[in-house]
Design a binder for this molecule. Structure first.
Ligand code: NIG
Ligand code: FE
Length: 429
């Protein structure tokens, strides 16, 4: 007796997206270029999942939204952010633009301000940043701790992160805090012996700022100690490596089977060889975040080197108060094309499927049956406009876990107009 009722309620949650002039699916089984492109396409959504994708005549569905010849792509997967913090470092940015170097020391300023902030203030600030990300087409966010640097403050940031995402990274080894400046190894002891037992159950990933070129960050031995301890607690590694100069981070990422090595502006030839050798065995993804180089006046990395060696490349924002206070994945794509040597298609893949690979996810960054219904809308006829029209607000989130955002509201056709919700509510990013 319950079967027909179930079937009806399932059908009622179906939603058909039509009028897609160009659909980026990233589905390799479609074999239409690296992005699995479809034209004159549609996407059928059931609940929070994609039920079907196709071109030509769409199936019938109880609710329909028509994007009027625009481009649709998987929501951006921003696999590297530092969105939990308080305070403002715009003066530090202005000083860098006058010629001062970035050394990582400003992290301690944000640590001071973050420790002093209430939970409510941090929550409100992060919620606003998450809404900013969603409004530009980002549908999955990784989020790191790292501006607490005490047992209680790191655990607090991880708990707050869980209000926004499942992709939570413990970054207790972000910087040696001021009170341990004379004894960094004692801080590493604190991380391994007291922070990890409290923080590991609250996170999925561990990250370390492995950077011998910063006096506030961690060398190879310290990084290895943290990664060894964290993996004992079940955390999976990812690393900040070779951001300010060549260093041991990429090699450690390979050795510890990290999911990704990020920043990596200064990869050596030996690093590329190691990463390429590891690539067929699920080796680290290299994540580039070019707005960091923009905001620190560092040279841009050459993405062709890992790409041409067969290493998977992701693009992320690194949104943080110091080196990159921008959450813009579209600008990241444009800069990767203009300054990192990527083609528009490589950059779009890296900002969607590449981010998913960096998080070891197969349910996002791709539009195929069974994947999460996270869709970004581009107010343009072609995906290439993402790089072709830098700085123009063309992209937005259309569906977040199958739920229409305010950007979708005017696109509903027929009498079945959909109630929408704001993008900060409900399901995690
Ligand atoms: O990703 N490299 C270390 N961490 C941040 C910078 C944080 C800061 O300066 O506050 C980054 O660039
Ligand atoms: Fe970072």
């Amino acid at each position: 007796m319950t079967e027909p009722a179930k079937a009806t309620s399932l059908q009622e949650t179906e939603l058909l997206v039509t009028g897609i002039r160009e659909l980026v699916t990233n589905d390799p089984s479609l074999e239409r270029g690296s992005l699995g492109l479809l034209h004159n396409a549609w996407v059928l959504v059931r609940g929070d999942r994609i039920a079907a994708v196709g071109d030509g005549t769409p199936p019938a569905a109880p609710r329909r939204l028509d994007v009027g010849g625009r481009c649709v792509l998987p929501g951006f997967v921003d696999s590297h952010t530092h969105l939990l913090f308080a305070g403002d470092r715009s003066e530090e940015f202005a000083a860098r633009m006058r010629g001062e170097a970035y050394s990582g020391g400003g992290i301690r300023v944000t640590v001071r301000d973050t420790r002093a902030a209430s939970d409510a203030a941090l929550r409100a600030h992060t919620a606003a940043l998450v809404a900013e990300c969603h409004s530009q087409g980002t549908t999955t966010l990784e989020m790191k701790s790292g501006y607490g640097l005490t047992v209680a403050d790191e655990a607090r940031l991880l708990r707050l992160a869980a209000e926004f995402t499942d992709e939570i990274t413990f970054l207790g080894a972000h910087a040696v805090p001021a009170e341990y400046a004379d004894d960094p190894d004692a801080y590493v002891d604190l991380v391994c012996e007291r922070m990890l037992p409290q923080c590991a159950p609250l996170a999925k990933w561990v990250d370390v700022f492995c950077e011998p070129h910063s006096s506030a960050a961690f060398d190879a031995d310290q990084t290895s100690r943290v990664l060894e301890a964290a993996t004992q607690y079940g955390l999976r590694p990812r690393l900040h490596g070779a951001q300010l100069g060549p260093g041991p981070g990429p090699e450690l990422a390979v050795r510890f089977h990290a999911a990704s090595v990020d920043h990596s502006t200064y990869l050596s030839d030996a690093d590329i060889d190691r990463l390429a050798a590891a690539a067929p065995h699920d080796g680290p993804v290299v994540t580039f975040m070019p707005i960091v180089e923009f905001s620190t006046r560092h040279p841009y990395p050459d993405a062709r080197r890992p790409l041409d060696a067969g290493v998977t490349v992701a693009l992320a924002s690194d949104c943080n108060p110091g080196t990159c206070f921008s959450s813009s994945m579209p600008l990241t794509v444009a800069m990767a094309v203009r300054d990192l040597g990527m083609t528009p298609d490589e950059a779009i893949w890296a900002a969607t499927a590449g981010g998913a690979a960096a998080l070891r996810r197969t349910d996002i960054g791709i539009l195929r049956p069974g994947a999460r219904a996270d869709l970004a809308l581009l107010d343009a006829p072609s995906r290439i406009h993402l790089a072709y029209r830098p700085g123009v607000p063309l992209s937005s989130t259309l569906l977040l876990g199958g739920v229409p955002t305010p950007a979708a509201a005017p696109l509903f056709t027929g009498p079945n107009a959909e109630p929408t919700r704001t993008t900060t509510e409900g399901s995690p990013a």
